[in-house]
Write a protein that binds this ligand. Structure first.
Ligand code: C2E
Ligand code: CA
Ligand code: CA
Length: 262
């Protein structure tokens, strides 16, 4: 516990300096249409290239950044930088015009009263079309204040951006509440995808989530796809989109235009 507390404190100090020194960067994981194998877009994932610790996982530093408030400037940078990068790809390649960029929002960002203004400013300054941007919000964050959340989501949708419900299945959503959420996509958490080929029961869970999304008129993205067996099963279940290490490998040999990193 003592060691953990020390590491935590050190990370907190390093993080502010690291942000000022430009040690944070974004990786872009491809999201593809399962039926056709076509690239549909990317999810921006933050990385911290620490001078001595190497790459630090966001699972380690996002909770600290949420506690010490750094998530607000960091989140703003992520939004602007990823929109800028997406627009640069679009300027270089007209085929990228139909691709969508997914950006994760922390619960702290989501409760910021000026979030809509921030998103508007990012879109205007980078010249990215609103329909090319998707914002990912986790199920558990929405549950914390459902009335305010729906209002914020409605305002974001009015801008023309799309919304995804991230890590679906892990946050104990009330089903009666789900249909009132103005979200376009449900993302099946990777814990379900990783077990889906192990047994009929696990496959059925994924099937049920896909049917639920379809009946709520939401599109489905399966995350954490690592094997061709998972892809095959998801295809049979009519899951529309997928992402994961499997797709990363598939896209790697493709031309420079879809580089995974900046
Ligand atoms: P997430 O939004 O669920 O992101 C997907 C995570 O799954 C990423 O981990 C990604 O690298 C990992 N992943 C992708 N494909 C596979 C796969 O096939 N197998 C396995 N086992 N894992 C896979 P990462 O990048 O470490 O991010 C962890 C979490 O940190 C994210 O979960 C998200 O909640 C948060 N995060 C990442 N980037 C950002 C960001 O820019 N802003 C905010 N607020 N949170 C972020
Ligand atoms: Ca996500
Ligand atoms: Ca997720």
């Amino acid at each position: 516990m003592h060691d953990r507390a020390l590491t935590q404190m050190q990370l907190e100090t390093d993080m502010r300096q690291g942000f000022e020194r430009g040690e944070f960067c974004l990786y872009y994981q491809p999201i593809f249409t399962i039926e056709t194998n076509n690239l549909a877009g990317f999810e921006a994932l933050i990385r911290w290239n620490h001078p001595t610790r190497g790459m630090v996982s966001p699972d380690q530093f996002i909770p600290i950044a949420e506690e010490n408030g750094l998530i607000l400037p960091l989140g703003r940078w992520i939004l602007f930088e990823s929109c800028r990068q997406m627009r640069e790809w679009q300027d270089k390649n007209s085929a990228a015009a139909s691709l969508k960029l997914s950006v994760n929002l922390s619960c702290k960002q989501f409760s910021q009263p000026d979030l809509v203004e921030q998103v508007t400013a990012a879109l205007i300054s980078t010249r990215l079309a609103a329909h090319c941007l998707k914002l990912e919000i986790t199920e558990s964050h929405l549950m914390e204040n459902s009335v305010l959340s729906v209002k914020m989501m409605d305002r974001l949708r009015e801008l023309g951006v799309e919304l995804s419900l991230d890590d679906f299945g892990t946050g104990y959503s009330s089903l009666s509440y789900l249909h009132r959420l103005p979200v376009n996509y449900l993302k099946i958490d990777r814990s379900f995808v990783s077990r889906m080929t192990e047994s009929t029961e696990n496959g059925e869970i994924v099937n049920t989530i896909i049917r639920l999304a379809q009946s709520l008129k939401m599109k489905v993205i399966a995350e954490g796809i690592e094997t061709s067996e998972q892809i095959e099963q998801l295809k049979q279940l009519n899951c529309e989109y997928g992402q994961g290490y499997f797709s990363q490998n598939r896209w790697k040999p493709k031309p420079q235009k879809y580089l995974l990193t900046k």
